[in-house]
Design a binder for this molecule. Sequence first.
Ligand code: PMP
Length: 406
Amino acid sequence: MDVKAVRSQFPILDQNVNGSPLVYLDSAATSQKPLQVIEAINAYYRLDNSNVHRGVHTLGTRATDKYEGAREKVRGFIDAKTTEEIIFTRGTTTAINTVANSYGRANLSEGDEIVITYMEHHSNIIPWQQLAKSTGATLKYIPLQSDGTITLDDVRETVTSHTKIVAVMHVSNVLGTVNPVKEIAAIAHENGAVILVDGAQAVPHMKVSVTDINCDFYAFSGHKMCGPTGIGVLYGKKALLEKMEPVEFGGEMIDFVNLYDSTWKDLPWKFEGGTPIIAGAIGLGAAIDFLEDIGLDEITAHENKIVTYAMAQLRTIDGLTTYGPKDRAGLITFNLDDVHPHDTSTVLDAEGIAVRAGHHCAQPLMKWLEVTATARASFYLYNTTDDVDRLVTGLNKAKEFFGDVF
Ligand code: PMP
């Protein structure tokens, strides 16, 4: 992969921040957008803007073709069988809430169990807490090993014949752990449960086949994979989606409306109430083209190289603790002794280096790690070993600066 050529596609990276060239290490929060994506959205608004699935005028047909074309791109990208299984949502959060509120409310009651892990993002915790409260079901957690991984024995121990839903993240946004979701799916199915996979941190970085994983639901966001904000995807197996009720009602999702009841459109549109996120979906389609042109395997290999180098360099810094397993995705969460992560990130920002500090929407995991917050550097296809060197220099400055204070 030619990183220089890749970087030239991201105009935002070519700027100084606080007097230094920008080093962007916060792609796990949101990735930057290449020209191809920015231009696809621009072209839609300049040339084709119109509502979809309505009317028969030319712009309406063009907009509909582009919107539905993006759905086909998503289908191919995650290896789903049919576009009926691809629902556009606002993001991962909306996708998970849709499953909890539709499938969950219809199928769970007292005595049933929902199983998640300690490493989940709040988006994959709170919808299940709410579902447990409203149905009387019990929420259970698969425990973590000391390195931030889960074992299949613990999955077998936690998932029982009472379990109705297993919801796990594919890749941890804090630990970088890559969970064995295919094996977890098999255990869920042996117990008669369905499985939802939160793929927000996986789909942007590695080849994902929902068919191979054999998951029932898979959720991800466009903005972490070079696409725009406000668009995401819920994949669901057709047989399940067909039986599920929509959670948003109104225009676009109906077939016939009578005075006192109505019928719904076919899949996937019955889950897309209101004017859909047309420009967002088109932008996501352009992002998929961009990532596929480079190749997901190439991107994974590049991030692997960067994270391995970064790990080795960070280990040279005295008093720096990293969290998570040895084999990890392209991010490193860490703390410097005696320095609050917000202070670390402020010093780095003064050097033009963007990292995230806080609880990373994973407060139960922070509790498990026995910290209140951490700093996180997350890498993507446009990052280089020079970025890592700048990070290390910045961290040494943070240590010097706060070393003087304490
Ligand atoms: N799950 C994981 C693992 C995430 O990293 C994120 C975003 N930080 C989300 C869910 C939520 O995604 P969104 O805010 O795009 O809905």
